[in-house]
Design a protein around this ligand. Structure first.
Ligand code: ZN
Ligand code: ZN
Length: 301
């Protein structure tokens, strides 16, 4: 039916292939190519972690300061995310009604924690740049009063526009990660077919780089961020991500969030059950626009 060239690297990976990739290695000859692809992806992932961690050697505010900022950010981000996700998981795993029905296999909790910890390290690498500037007494993009951020209306409009742009990027990034070219860097997140909240940030280093780079914008004094609103949105996004992956639905949230075009557990859980639909991360706007919601795909046959 599709006229796209068979070998195009931009072709989306079908869900059946995602499931097949989760099966234990069979050792058959046909597997060789995909293992080579995975080895190459692993090499790029390691290179990304090394490059992000070594970049601090170039910090003009001081190498020691940057690595102290990195460790502080890592403990802060990792601790906050892992403790919050563990609490949500503890509550949700006791619920009798799960979106995908009764679990057939135990959740991959240790793998979720491992991948989240590595993602927190990459996020901290980005945060270390503005933190080092702040500790060195230099100006950053973070301001604490509305007067400094240009007034209430301007702050509100700029934040809304930035959210839309950022969400468009997150959607595009996610679609690109489902292409044959980039799926090896996203495959790990789809190992969690029926995830827990601990999988919310369990993504590989390359995907972490593509997701968390906006944290480094805080290092630019001209990129003004109104701190109370910025931190509220960051914390809100983190808790939303726990909900998207917790595996259960809360009636109140499912009836209110979709009206604001905000993503929900019921919506994102379908992406884990069928990797061909529902790519939105914070909002579902771009799934509506690009007709990639599960119901759009069903209608199109
Ligand atoms: Zn997910
Ligand atoms: Zn995905």
């Amino acid at each position: 039916m599709s006229q796209a060239p068979e070998r195009s690297w931009l072709l989306a990976v079908p869900d059946a292939q995602v499931v097949a990739g989760m099966a234990p290695k069979s050792g058959s000859g046909g597997e060789g190519k995909s293992h080579r692809k995975r080895d190459r992806a692993f090499f790029v992932e390691v290179a990304a972690v090394v490059a992000m961690s070594a970049a601090g050697l170039l910090c003009p505010q001081g190498v020691g300061l940057w690595y102290r900022a990195l460790l502080t950010g890592f403990v802060g981000i990792g601790g906050f995310v892992l403790i919050g996700a563990a609490l949500v998981t503890l509550v949700c795993e006791r619920q009798p009604e799960r979106l995908q029905g009764k679990r057939r296999k135990p959740p991959l909790l240790l793998r979720e924690v491992r991948d989240t910890t590595l993602a927190a390290w990459i996020a901290a690498c980005f945060l270390a740049w503005p933190l080092a500037r702040l500790w060195a007494g230099e100006q950053t993009g973070l301001v604490w009063t509305l007067a400094e951020s240009g007034g209430g209306l301007r702050t509100f409009l700029q934040t809304g526009a930035a959210l839309l742009v950022l969400d468009a990027w997150l959607y595009l990034k996610h679609r690109l990660l489902h292409t044959r070219l980039l799926f090896p860097f996203h495959r790990g997140h789809h190992v969690f077919r029926d995830p827990t909240a601990l999988a919310g940030f369990a993504v590989g280093p390359v995907e972490s780089v593509l997701t968390f780079w906006p944290l480094s914008l805080l290092a630019i004094p001209q990129a003004v961020h109104y701190a109370p609103l910025y931190f509220s949105l960051v914390v809100g996004f983190i808790w939303l991500n726990f909900y998207l992956h917790c595996g259960v639905s809360v009636r109140l949230l499912e009836s209110t969030l979709p009206r604001l075009l905000v993503n929900t557990s019921a919506f994102h859980n379908r992406h884990h059950a069928n990797a061909e639909v529902n790519f939105g991360e914070a909002f579902t706007i771009w799934d509506h626009v690009c007709k990639t919601r599960e119901q759009d795909r069903r209608r199109d046959g």
